[in-house]
Design a protein around this ligand. Structure first.
Ligand SMILES: [Zn+2]
Length: 55
């Protein structure tokens, strides 16, 4: 079982993607359009739950 090793990495909860390389996860992935669109969706969702403060 030499090919099965425990490995820690970086998981994007928004995209359900797992990366073993920190730079790829934090820089390459987080600047990708797919991640940005999911991030924007979450922000919109959160904004709806917040009380309106624009009065
Ligand atoms: Zn992502």
């Amino acid at each position: 079982m030499d090919y099965v090793v425990p490995k820690t990495g970086f998981y994007c909860k928004l995209c359900s993607l797992f990366y073993t390389n920190e730079d790829v996860a934090k820089i390459t992935h987080c600047s990708s359009l797919a991640h940005y669109q999911k991030f924007k969706k979450v922000l919109n969702k959160m904004a709806k739950h917040l009380p309106k403060t624009d009065l």
